[in-house]
Design a binder for this molecule. Structure first.
Ligand code: 5GP
Length: 179
């Protein structure tokens, strides 16, 4: 794996496509056994989760539905960083098992807000699958049921994750070169 440059920053290889693929399969197997008696609705949080979701859901063998949402984080015209709204959820989720698919959970602010929004819609239960988790940054109590890889507090790109819009297409994960 070669280092990459995105705009003004360089990123070094961090997690290979093979490791990603192995971890995705492990998560899928757990979901297949845990939720065998459910018909879950997988809720893919765009944009970053598209690649993880596509790989994961190809390995999910239980009956399921899949939908996509975006989160808005605007207060007036300025981004507040606080998620205020869920865009695109057209399904009636009342009484359903919903599995949130996230690319990365960092502080958990986004996840907490999303879980709150879903709880208000009277779901039966919410499960969370995130490919990456930063345990040192995570400040919330919501259990992340399925985690691919735990990473330190570093900025990563690739496998759906971007830097200023770039890098989402990489099949490996890279970390910001701070040297
Ligand atoms: P939160 O802090 O709410 O858990 O994470 C918010 C969002 O920040 C994530 O969904 C993701 O879009 C972005 N984010 C957090 N850590 C990283 C990172 O290391 N790399 C990239 N590209 N985005 C990140």
């Amino acid at each position: 794996m070669q280092s990459i440059v995105l705009k003004d920053k360089s990123f070094v290889p961090y997690i290979t496509a093979e490791t990603i693929s192995e971890q995705v399969k492990v998560i899928a197997q757990k979901i297949n056994s845990d939720l065998v008696n459910e018909t879950p609705l997988f809720l893919v949080v765009l944009n970053g989760s598209f690649m993880f979701a596509a790989d994961l859901l190809k390995e999910v063998t239980i009956p399921c539905e899949i939908s996509f949402i975006k989160l808005a984080s605007y207060y007036g015209t300025t981004s507040s960083g606080v998620v205020t709204e869920m865009i695109g959820l057209t399904e009636d989720v009342k009484g359903r098992t919903v599995v949130i698919i996230e690319d990365i959970v960092d502080t958990g602010v986004t996840l907490e807000k999303l879980v709150t929004l879903l709880t208000k819609k009277e779901v039966k239960q919410v499960k969370v699958a995130s490919f990456l988790l930063k345990p040192d940054a995570y400040k919330k109590n919501i259990i992340v049921d399925y985690v691919g890889i735990k990473i330190p507090n570093d900025f990563v790109v690739g496998y759906g994750l971007d830097y200023d819009g770039l890098g989402r297409n990489m099949k490996e994960i890279f970390v910001l070169n701070t040297k």
